[in-house]
Design a binder for this molecule. Structure first.
Ligand code: ATP
Ligand code: MG
Length: 178
């Protein structure tokens, strides 16, 4: 083996906390290795997360964008066409970013929700991932990862909930949840 470097597909899924956090941790690790990282956050947009400001000093080497507006209403006729439009826009940007080879790591945060809500075709995502430039790493997060994507992924981690502060009535804490 002369060159052991290889672009990986990773999935962080499951009901426990830590899917996005782990992806951001990996992103930090990659940036520290001189790699260029793009994080596209599907569905998110209503909350101001600390990571939006934290990446700014990294400039073009670590770009993080919210592509939604939060609080998505889902289920058949209830799905707002505007949310679907935003998911399509996010996916279009994600696809171009992956295919460009300009980014060493692309994080598709919460994309699993968009797929499980029926807002995005898992086959289209799988197709882009399969045909991506060889060295590009991609991380997908969110509960209920689609089996088609789990199958093509290299590393899949399921966060298991042991307990969560929310169950004691403790609301989301700054710096931990957002
Ligand atoms: P985080 O962004 O904190 O890593 P996550 O990506 O694993 O969380 P999401 O499904 O994206 O989880 O939900 C994000 C928000 O929901 C966070 O504020 C998180 O604390 C909260 N959350 C995650 N898991 C649970 C849970 N099991 N019970 C209640 N709230 C949760
Ligand atoms: Mg998340």
């Amino acid at each position: 083996m002369t060159d052991s470097r290889k672009g990986l597909i990773l999935i962080n899924t499951g009901p426990g906390k830590g899917k996005t956090t782990a992806a951001l941790g990996t992103a930090l690790r990659a940036v520290g290795n001189g790699m260029r990282v793009l994080v596209l956050q599907f569905l998110k947009g209503s909350w101001h997360y600390g990571e939006l400001d934290a990446v700014l000093p990294f400039g073009d080497n670590f770009v993080l964008k919210q592509m939604g507006r939060g609080f998505v209403k889902v289920g058949g006729a209830e799905t707002d066409p505007e949310d679907i439009r935003l998911v399509e826009e996010a996916w279009a940007e994600a696809r171009v970013a992956i295919e460009s080879g300009d980014w060493d790591l692309v994080v598709l945060d919460e994309i699993n929700y968009a797929i499980s809500y029926g807002m995005l075709d898992p086959a289209a995502v799988a197709d882009t991932l399969r045909n991506r430039p060889e060295m590009v790493h991609v991380i997908l997060t969110g509960r209920n990862a689609h089996p088609l994507l789990v199958e093509i992924a290299d590393t899949v981690t399921e966060m298991r909930e042991v307990k969560h502060a929310y169950q004691k009535g403790i609301l989301a804490q700054r710096g931990i949840e957002f």
